[in-house]
Design a protein around this ligand. Structure first.
Ligand code: 5GP
Length: 208
């Protein structure tokens, strides 16, 4: 239906180490052509194994500031001393094409997108079952005790915003979390908010 053509924005937030990126990338992969994973721009240094333009668009602080001035970002935020932003053109294009768009962004990004796209956003918070499990996962990643302590403090801060989200995934088993996120995507496509109601009613009556 024409009235349902516009895409959806699946916003995924949660502490670093919660597994939100792996879960959402896997769901995106399984949905294939219908889905699009938003690649953010960041000023933080590239981590081992990360690829420019695939994981992030890695830019300098100066380039980022120029992007802000030129209105290139739909939203941007400072996270742990670095800038992160969502490109405007790519998202608007994917929305027009009716895509299921995944955005792995922080709580500030979620607040801003909800204001800009109240009808298109579906919000999901992903976390570990407990603080201990988060510490364990970060240790397995080989992070230093100092980094772990910082991440745990950040996680506690981010968790305060959990009530602002529609859905919560407690990421205990990867496969189970993937299944849950796929269900949330299905539900997001059924939301009445997505409809252009006058247009839908005209279509229903066969007037268009
Ligand atoms: P990391 O440096 O670990 O990849 O990401 C740090 C945090 O920044 C994560 O919570 C991630 O979701 C968030 N983030 C990544 N891209 C964006 C973005 O474009 N906008 C906002 N607001 N947050 C982002």
């Amino acid at each position: 239906m024409e009235s349902e053509k516009k895409g959806v924005l699946i916003v995924i937030s949660g502490p670093s180490g919660s597994g939100k990126t792996s879960v959402s990338r896997e769901v995106c992969r399984r949905l294939g052509e219908r889905a699009y994973f938003s690649v953010s721009t960041t000023t933080r240094p590239k981590r081992k194994g990360e690829r420019d333009r695939i994981d992030y668009f890695f830019v300098s602080k100066e380039e980022f500031r120029r992007g802000i001035e030129n209105g290139e970002f739909l939203e941007w935020a400072e996270v742990h001393g670095n800038y992160y932003g969502t490109g405007k053109i790519q998202i608007e294009k994917q929305l027009e094409e009716g895509k299921i768009i995944f955005l792995d962004i922080d709580v500030q990004g979620h607040r801003n997108l909800k204001k800009l796209f109240p009808r298109e956003v579906t919000s999901v918070f992903v976390t570990t079952p407990s603080r201990e499990v988060l510490i364990e996962r970060l240790r397995q990643r080989g992070e230093s005790e100092e980094v772990i302590a910082q991440r745990v403090r950040n996680a506690e801060e981010e968790l305060k915003a959990v009530g602002e989200y529609e859905f919560l995934i407690i990421n205990d088993q990867f496969e189970e979390s993937v299944r849950r996120l796929l269900e949330i995507v299905d539900i997001s496509l059924l939301k009445v908010e997505r409809l252009e109601i006058p247009h839908f009613l005209k279509e229903w009556k066969g007037e268009v």
